[in-house]
Ligand binder design. Structure first.
Ligand SMILES: C[S@@+](CC[C@H](N)C(=O)[O-])C[C@H]1O[C@@H](n2cnc3c(N)ncnc32)[C@H](O)[C@@H]1O
Length: 307
């Protein structure tokens, strides 16, 4: 593939470095193919000029001397590729986004799980065995962590005696910068938007004039990791593991075959009877998938059948 760039990157470009270089249509196609191959992100034709700006900005920041140098760097250095991904994906997010889904969690999904776990504990007890009720939740594509912490807050507010449970809420994203912000648990107070006041009161501690810090009891049940949702071997380690997955406003970047592949992989990660929540407009009706559709009020979400 690299040879094709030699033809379009002439001596003048080499002399002046990337600063003087225009990316050709061929260069853009090669970059798009690399990004699709690595993380399934795809871009409609209308966003070509935007893409060109992102790629050019990134290439210039790295002070590469030619397109070949730039392409080699992002193909081989994980950090370089991650920085490009940070540029081209939007990390827009906020606490308790799509509040109706949190209502469904509180009113239906969590009570069902609490009930099921209670029964399992009673059964174990009757056999003289010990059993710790547990809950596993994944916020896949969590950006800077607000979704993950919202889930953790909703869980703590809903489960009585939550301390007796083994609860883990995992937030993952391909974007390392977002994950670093998430780990701090520190957010600008002015960006709390429509976060329910009782959640702010209980779980977001005001610090300094402009910040809130996520309360320790919420942080204690959360973990964050960098994870590319295209990394199927890593996702296989989550087989039948999660009770609930939130993967919202992530698939918008994926074309239909990639969406279908992702939904199938996420469904494998759910335990039987587990739930998948997707974002607004990310309804899964355009392709086949193994999940049952649940409609409740304004919310559509998905359930993995019991075995
Ligand atoms: C708009 S944010 C959504 C954040 C949150 N889920 C919400 O709904 O508020 C989309 C996130 O998806 C992440 N993303 C896109 N492609 C990804 C991939 N292949 N693997 C993991 N995360 C990805 C982006 O980095 C970005 O942080």
């Amino acid at each position: 593939m690299e040879n094709s760039f030699v033809a379009v990157t002439h001596d003048e470009h080499r002399r002046r470095g990337m600063a003087g270089m225009e990316l050709t249509a061929e260069n853009i196609s090669a970059l798009k193919a690399l990004v699709y191959d690595r993380c399934h992100l795809s871009f409609p034709r209308g966003r070509e000029s935007q893409l060109r700006r992102w790629f050019t900005q990134h290439a210039k920041e790295g002070q590469h001397r030619s397109f070949e140098d730039y392409y080699r760097a992002i193909s081989t250095k994980d950090g370089e590729f991650e920085r490009l991904i940070s540029l081209i994906t939007t990390r827009e997010t906020y606490f308790f986004r799509m509040p109706e889904q949190f209502d469904v969690l509180r009113g239906r999904v969590l009570p069902e799980i609490i009930n099921g776990e209670g029964k399992r504990a009673m059964k174990a007890l009757s056999r003289g065995e010990s059993y710790r009720t547990n809950l596993r939740v994944w916020s896949a594509g969590c950006a800077s962590g607000q979704e993950t912490y919202s889930l953790a807050m909703q869980i703590l507010a809903t489960i009585r005696y939550a301390k007796a449970w083994d609860i883990r809420v995992l937030g993952t994203d391909i974007n390392r910068e977002g994950i670093e912000v998430a780990k701090t648990g520190r957010y600008e107070r002015m960006r709390l938007g429509k976060t329910p006041p009782q959640m702010i009161e209980r779980y977001l501690e005001p610090r300094a004039a402009s910040e809130v810090w996520v309360a320790d009891e919420v942080k204690e049940i959360t973990d964050f990791q960098v994870l590319n949702l295209r990394d199927l071997p890593r996702m296989e380690s989550f087989k039948n593991y999660f009770d609930i997955i939130f993967c919202r406003n992530v698939m918008i970047y994926f074309d239909l075959p990639a969406q279908q592949g992702l939904v199938s992989a996420l469904s494998d990660c759910l335990r039987p009877g587990g739930y998948l929540f997707t974002g607004e407009g990310e309804v899964l009706h355009l392709y086949e998938h193994p999940l049952e559709i649940v409609e409740e009020g304004e919310s559509i979400y998905y359930r993995k059948a019991e075995e």
